[in-house]
Design a protein. Structure first.
Length: 470
């Protein structure tokens, strides 16, 4: 139909309706006039269903409580498989984040208590106490062999050899522990070579001090034992060393009720020496049988030098105290076991203090308290022991405090300050004592007291930082 068609409605009036062909262009919306208002149709906003939201919050309360942000709750809802349609239809929220925010506001924050972290520095109490006993047991050999005569003549040479063995053993022990981090085979080679050289050097020192003679044999026996015992202690074979010293301990225990005679007085120490050498050799054979680590790096020798110097200073200080009070040396030697236990405890307590503090100042204060607590726990039992042995309590306690704080610094790898401070104290005390300068016998407490104060200041300055214990 190309033209208009006339319609005659019932009212009698004539209307004209133009019927145009339906085309694609006629389906397009016509632009509205500028003055005609625009009609915007909005969908009704969903109304949240509070009961359903409360029910969901109660079901997920234990998992929503530890959240620190609504996004964590949204991730939880996604993991639960909640779809967008379910969020709108079941819970009445426009999207997942709106529902997550509502749940986050409804559930109070509850952070569960974490289980206590294991102490990485928990000490082996039995092993530490056993090591203290093993440090003192070799002194029974001198008790057995003393009545054989010439003990006063042998003493200077044996003391010189003992000082050399002590210094060498400290350096060798440090180097062997460094090699243990690489492999047991490398540590075994270090101990085999270093122990033999140390025994030879100590024997040569004794021979030079005594001018040769039978004292060289006694010094050689002492040096060989110290080298073998150091090897067993580094390789954690304390029980094997205790078994090797059983003849010596049995003979000394029976002395008050039985006179063993010259043969047993000399034979029991030699038997203990032979057993210790055999135990060290058997242990080194097993260690050297392990496969070597290819390309293992060898630490430089100067790294272990400060540990040897500290051993020299510690031996000199202990001998200066033992020169006036011999039994004080026994007390101090046995106390090395509890001292080692307290070194582990300090490290463990420092890690706990690091977790409990939030500022460096608070950690420094806790470190100072821990240092005082450990020193008190170490020195308090030594007071009655000093009184029983007739030693000067001040000298013994200050010497013990010096040694323990120096060992504490060394446990954290801070070796040079402890070595230099102890060497200075030993040098001053030895010079005043040997030259008989005033103030006389009181020089050792003064030197040890000054050294203990300097070492304590180093501990607080170097170990009072959180980064050292992290």
């Amino acid at each position: 139909m190309s033209g208009p068609m006339a319609l005659e409605p019932g009212g009698g009036e004539q209307e004209t309706l133009a019927l145009w062909p339906v085309t694609a262009a006629s389906r397009l919306p016509r632009p509205l006039p500028a003055d005609e208002p625009t009609l915007v149709v909005r969908l009704p906003r969903p109304v949240p269903d509070q009961e359903e939201v409360d029910r969901l919050a109660a079901g997920l309360a234990d998992r929503i409580g530890p959240a620190v942000h609504p996004y964590e709750v949204a991730a939880l809802l996604e993991a639960e498989g909640l779809s967008v349609d379910a969020v709108r239809q079941q819970y009445g929220h426009p999207n997942l984040f709106s529902l997550a925010s509502a749940l986050y506001e409804r559930v109070p924050r509850t952070f569960p208590d974490l289980p206590p972290a294991p102490d990485p520095w928990r000490p082996d109490t039995a092993r530490c106490l056993l090591r203290g006993v093993l440090f003192a047991l070799p002194g029974l050999a001198y008790l057995l062999a003393a009545p054989l005569g010439q003990s006063a003549r042998y003493a200077p040479a044996l003391i010189a050899a003992g000082v050399v063995s002590w210094a060498w053993g400290q350096a060798l022990g440090h180097r062997a522990h460094l090699r243990l981090a690489t492999g047991r085979h490398e540590a075994g080679r270090t101990l085999l070579t270093g122990a033999a050289l140390g025994a030879a050097l100590a024997t040569a020192t004794a021979a030079a001090a005594a001018g040769g003679g039978p004292v060289t044999l006694a010094a050689a026996a002492q040096s060989l034992y110290l080298a073998a015992a150091s090897t067993l202690l580094v390789l954690a074979r304390e029980r094997l060393l205790l078994a090797a010293l059983t003849p010596l301990a049995a003979g000394a225990v029976l002395l008050p009720w039985w006179e063993p005679g010259p043969v047993l007085r000399l034979g029991l120490p030699l038997l203990a020496l032979a057993a210790t050498l055999a135990a060290a050799g058997w242990t080194l054979r097993g260690v050297l049988g392990t496969p070597p680590v290819p390309g293992a790096c060898r630490p430089p020798l100067p790294v272990s030098l400060p540990y040897g110097l500290f051993g020299l200073a510690a031996a000199s200080l202990v001998l200066l105290e033992g020169r006036q009070h011999p039994y004080a040396m026994i007390v101090l030697t046995v106390s090395m076991g509890p001292a080692e236990w307290l070194l582990y405890r300090y490290r463990g307590w420092s890690v706990a203090a690091l977790r409990a503090t939030a500022t460096p100042t608070a950690f420094l204060l806790r470190s100072a308290g821990l240092l005082g607590l450990c020193l008190l726990a170490y020195l308090l039992p030594l007071t009655p022991a000093a009184l029983l042995t007739g030693a000067d309590p001040a000298a013994l306690l200050l010497l013990a405090a010096t040694l323990w704080t120096a060992l504490l610094l060394q446990a954290f790898g801070v070796a040079w300050p402890s070595a230099l401070i102890c060497l200075t104290a030993a040098g001053c005390a030895a010079a005043v004592t040997l030259l008989r300068l005033p103030p006389g016998p009181a020089v050792l407490p003064l030197c040890c007291g000054a050294a203990a104060l300097c070492l304590s200041a180093c501990v607080l300055r170097l170990l009072g930082r959180p980064a050292v214990h992290a």
